[in-house]
Design a protein around this ligand. Structure first.
Ligand code: HEC
Length: 263
């Protein structure tokens, strides 16, 4: 006992000594210095912060590639060609981002009938109108980057590369509704039914209906609040409420029972 008490006292004392020394040595903290955005009599312009040297660019923000970052050519016109290589992975990524950020208004098919529009937001034009089918890819990039009329911009939410991926997917959507048979590769053309053969009813149906979004009529009878059928065990509402109360009452008792005796 005696042996262990002595080193213990030594540790406590040296700890105290450190605290006292720490408190008395404040000079590094108190040295004269300028704080950001404070006035100064030293510089002619009266500010302590120095302006950036002209042309200063933060690391990683050179953004030299105007076509890639702005979607414009050197004359400020929308670019007509993708500044990234477009492949299936890019289009898949674009589809995923499009379904998150654009489909709520533009619809999964790009027809401008997304859920938010069906609930009253201004209806955007369909991507399948001639003007937008003929618009250069830079225009779509510009709309996402800077917004357009009632549409806000998505430059904060969507990174540059993803914006291009979305534009690539919009082009795919446009093709999906307006493909020309001559755009098909030869082997795909060979698989088409012979010219003049009537289109099957199922195929026609698939082309006329948006595959993912349910028709508006599906929601007509959808109750706003979950129905609460009386006395159905497991149903939402009164029944479920009393059941969960019973659960919470049962828990402490069960936990107590399971605990080993300590005394
Ligand atoms: C909140 C709803 C909403 C969302 C989300 C939205 N848009 Fe729009 N978009 C609109 C509206 C509304 C317009 C029409 C704006 C106007 O004419 O005032 C529009 C117009 C457009 C146009 C047509 C511009 C033109 O030349 O007529 C494009 C292209 C477009 N949006 C792309 C996108 C893309 C890509 C996304 C996803 C990154 C997106 N939008 C997300 C509502 C939305």
């Amino acid at each position: 006992m005696q042996l262990t008490a002595r080193p213990f006292a030594a540790i406590v004392l040296s700890g105290l000594a450190l605290v006292t020394v720490g408190c008395s040595r404040q000079d590094m903290h108190d040295q004269p210095k300028y704080k950001p955005q404070r006035p100064s009599e030293f510089f002619a312009d009266g500010r302590d912060s120095r302006p950036e040297v002209d042309g200063t660019i933060a690391r990683g923000e050179l953004n030299e590639d105007v076509a890639y970052y702005n979607g414009k050519d050197n004359l400020g016109k929308d670019v007509d060609a993708f500044p990234i290589a477009v492949n299936k992975a890019v289009i898949e990524r674009g589809r995923q981002r499009y379904d998150i950020y654009c489909a709520p208004c533009h619809g999964r098919l790009g027809n401008g009938m997304g859920m938010i529009v069906q609930r009253g937001f201004k209806q955007p034009p369909s991507y399948h109108i001639d003007r937008l089918r003929n618009a250069p890819v830079g225009h779509f990039y510009d709309v996402v980057t800077n917004g357009y009329g009632a549409m806000l911009n998505y430059s904060q939410q969507i990174q540059v590369r993803d914006r291009w991926a979305i534009v690539a997917y919009i082009r795919a959507l446009q093709y999906s509704q307006n493909a020309n048979v001559n755009d098909l590769p030869t082997e795909a053309k060979a698989k088409l039914p012979p010219a003049g053969q009537a289109m099957g009813a199922d195929m026609k149906d698939a082309m006329e209906h948006e595959p993912m979004a349910p028709a508006d009529s599906d929601f007509k009878n959808f109750p706003a609040e979950p129905a609460t059928p009386a006395g159905v065990p497991g149903a939402m509402g009164a029944g479920a409420h009393s059941r969960s109360q019973a659960d919470s009452q049962a828990k402490p008792a069960a936990a107590h029972k399971g605990q080993p005796e300590t005394k």
